[in-house]
Design a protein around this ligand. Structure first.
Ligand code: 5GP
Length: 139
C-alpha cells in the first residue's frame, strides 16, 4: 500500500474540505483552487488512478453522483451551464492519481472554452483510418 492520496485523506477526514455530498462509496467537495465559483470534484472514496481501473459498482455510483450533483452545483451558483470533465491520465493533465470528475460552473461570457479546446492540433484522418479506429473501439 502506498501513501494515501489527497482525496483519500479528505475522505478519511484527515484533510479538511467543503464536502457537499457523501455516500458509502462517493464523496464530492469544493475544489481548493476553483476555476469558477462552485467548482466541485466528485470522487470515489477508494483510490483508483484511472477510469478504466474502477470496479463496475463504483463507476455506477460515481456517475450516479455526477448525475445528481450537476443541477445542484449549477443552481447553487446560478450558473448558465456546466463543463463536466475528467483528466484521465497524466498526458491528459491528471495531477492527482485518484479518479475525480470536475464539475465546473460556466457563465455566459466567462471567457472559457469548450471541451474542444483541450486537445492539440486536430488530426486529418482518412476514411480508412476512421473505419479502423471505429472497428477497434467496437470490438
Ligand atoms: P487534476 O489536474 O488532477 O484533474 O485536478 C486535481 C484537482 O484537485 C485540482 O483542480 C486541484 O485544485 C484539486 N485539489 C488538489 N489538492 C486539493 C485539496 O487538498 N483539496 C481540494 N479540495 N482540492 C484539491
Amino acid at each position: 500500500m502506498g501513501e494515501p492520496t489527497i482525496f483519500e485523506q479528505i475522505a478519511a477526514g484527515d484533510i479538511p474540505a467543503r464536502i457537499v455530498y457523501e455516500t458509502d462509496t462517493v464523496l464530492a467537495f469544493l475544489d481548493a483552487n476553483p476555476l469558477a465559483p462552485g467548482h466541485t470534484l466528485v470522487v470515489p472514496k477508494e483510490a483508483h488512478e484511472r477510469l478504466r481501473d474502477l470496479p463496475d459498482d463504483v463507476a455506477t455510483d460515481l456517475w450516479a453522483a455526477v448525475d445528481e450533483l450537476t443541477p445542484r452545483v449549477e443552481d447553487a451558483v446560478d450558473a448558465d451551464a456546466l463543463t463536466v470533465g475528467v483528466n484521465d491520465g497524466e498526458a491528459a493533465g491528471q495531477e492527482v492519481p485518484h479518479v475525480h470528475v470536475h464539475l465546473v460552473p460556466r457563465f455566459d461570457g466567462d471567457g472559457g472554452g469548450p471541451i474542444h479546446a483541450v486537445a492539440g492540433s486536430r488530426p486529418d484522418l482518412s476514411d480508412e483510418e476512421l473505419d479502423d479506429i471505429a472497428e477497434r473501439i467496437e470490438t
